[in-house]
Design a protein around this ligand. Structure first.
Ligand SMILES: Nc1ncnc2c1ncn2[C@@H]1O[C@H](COP(=O)(O)OP(=O)(O)OP(=O)(O)O)[C@@H](O)[C@H]1O
Length: 199
């Protein structure tokens, strides 16, 4: 078994974050997704503790007051989403590896949490996925999930996101799905070796 790691993966919309997370969980031994917490209502088929921890706004407030979150944020001014420290540190302490897909701004929260928590910092690696603009647009169109307006909206934040890329520990320059996955596996091996060496 390799040493446990926490891979935080970010990149523009359509860069392939979900695809890579799904594949790591399916194929890399000992990997699971971080279960995050939200105040939004469960959608049909969503299971509490599996897809999210679903909390009432009051219960979410209580966790904030208790300092239980590594990070949290409002999304569209409507619902709150966050990551409880226990949902990251618990699995890592039990020897399991974690992957989480967050937006570029969310990664800053993980860096800050790492600066305040040595255990987290030891296991943490941030990964940015680069994709040329035309290819990003093509992937979103091909995915068929977003309206033309939504795609335009998402494309407007890409430049900002790319400017943040230099702050990440690792970069993947996206090619085929297989090459991207192999690049992530190589990063995982490197981080696991670093964690093992840190003891
Ligand atoms: N390397 C790749 N080459 C071509 N297409 C890819 C590649 N990786 C992922 N895709 C496809 O691009 C689309 C976007 O991928 P995915 O949904 O994983 O992106 P995402 O970064 O999670 O997006 P979002 O932030 O919008 O949720 C999907 O249809 C996926 O199958």
């Amino acid at each position: 078994m390799s040493a446990p790691v926490l891979i935080v993966i970010a990149g523009p919309a359509g860069s392939g974050k979900s695809t890579l997370c799904d594949r790591m969980v399916a194929e890399a031994p000992g990997f699971s997704r971080v279960v995050t917490t939200t105040t939004r209502a469960p959608r049909p088929g969503e299971v509490d503790g599996v897809h999210y921890h679903f909390l009432t706004p009051e219960a979410f407030d209580a966790k904030i007051a208790a300092g239980a979150f590594l990070e949290w944020a409002w999304v569209h001014k409507k619902n709150r989403y966050g990551t409880l420290a226990a949902d990251v540190l618990g699995p890592l302490s039990a020897g399991r590896s974690l992957i989480i897909n967050v937006d570029v701004q969310g990664v800053e929260n993980f860096r800050r949490a790492g600066a305040a928590n040595a255990l987290l910092a030891k296991h943490l690696a941030t990964v940015f996925i680069h994709v040329p603009l035309a290819e990003l647009r093509a992937r979103m169109v091909a995915r068929g999930q977003d309206s033309e307006a939504e795609i335009e909206h998402r494309m407007q934040t890409v430049e900002f996101e790319q400017r943040e890329a230099g702050k990440f520990d690792y970069q993947i320059h996206s090619a085929s799905r297989e090459e991207d996955f192999q690049a992530l596996l190589a990063i995982w091996r490197e981080v696991a070796a670093r964690v093992a060496k840190a003891g």
